[in-house]
Design a protein around this ligand. Structure first.
Ligand SMILES: Nc1ncnc2c1ncn2[C@@H]1O[C@H](COP(=O)(O)OP(=O)(O)O)[C@@H](O)[C@H]1O
Ligand SMILES: [Mg+2]
Length: 244
């Protein structure tokens, strides 16, 4: 494994992480340091352990061994509160678009007037102006995913994890979401995103974590990993071959 990036104060660090089910190690990452400004893209074939790694980073899964650290300490509830996650299939409340955002803002204790303004700016950010009153569950796939991202951004997260957020979407909807992600990144939100789409990694990534069989087989700057992969597994994956 190559790790081209050095540790800094606000980093995510994975140490000897193992997730075992039925006696089989599904995830086995001895060391991974995510410290860049990002975006970090986690790339690899189906079943590589990408989602498991993301869930461990977000503290949704307790590993059987090892740990995730942020800023040099094991992940705490305070860290987790500064993270948000978006899944492949958005789970939206059976309420209007605006109410889905209001729900999150209310929980943060924002007063009504401030919530209204924030909802307006979020809707504009997601290109959902004019959809405020529409039932969230009647949105198109792309719109629903944009709302899910807005809801995550409404938390003002330090880190935003996204698990294949565009894999069910067409190229146009995908492009809108990629732009939202890049804008969030340029505003300073740390993006850690799973994809199996090499083109998407090329468009978005500052650094790439390449996974296979529960292992990180390579980690480095995007250009290096994409143009001059060091591992056979990464070379085969990028060449479009089958990785087994
Ligand atoms: N709760 C579980 N019990 C058993 N096997 C699991 C569980 N969760 C994930 N797996 C297995 O772990 C492997 C990695 O899964 P996952 O992280 O979802 O892969 P990816 O996101 O890269 O497609 C897969 O083989 C999957 O079937
Ligand atoms: Mg997955």
């Amino acid at each position: 494994m190559r790790d081209m990036l050095c540790d800094t104060a606000s980093s995510l660090f994975v140490r000897n992480l193992r997730v075992v089910r039925n006696g089989k190690a599904l995830l086995n990452v001895s060391r991974l340091s995510l410290d860049g400004p990002g975006p970090t893209l986690i790339l690899g074939p189906n079943g590589a352990g990408k989602s498991l790694l993301l869930r461990c980073l977000h503290g949704l899964i307790e590993p059987d061994q090892g740990r995730v650290e942020q800023d040099g300490t094991p992940l705490t509830d305070r860290h987790k509160a500064q993270q948000a996650m978006v899944f492949q299939q958005p789970v939206l409340l059976r309420r209007s678009v605006a109410a889905n955002l209001d729900f999150v803002l209310k929980r943060q204790g924002l007063p009504r007037g401030a919530r209204k303004l924030r909802i307006e700016s979020l809707l504009a950010e997601g290109g959902l102006e004019g959809k405020a009153r529409q039932p969230a569950r009647s949105l198109s796939g792309g719109e629903a995913q944009r709302l899910a991202i807005l809801r995550a951004l409404a938390l003002d997260p330090e880190t935003l994890f996204l698990d294949e957020p565009t894999s069910a979407l067409d190229p146009n909807a995908t492009q809108m979401i990629e732009r939202m992600i890049l804008r969030a990144s340029s505003r300073g939100v740390r993006i850690v995103m799973v994809t199996h789409d090499i083109g998407q990694a090329r468009r978005l990534a500052a650094d790439i974590v390449m996974m296979q069989g529960g292992h990180v087989v390579e980690h480095g700057l995007a250009k290096q990993v994409l143009n001059a992969p060091q591992s056979d597994a990464a070379r085969r994956y990028l060449a479009g071959g089958l990785v087994t």
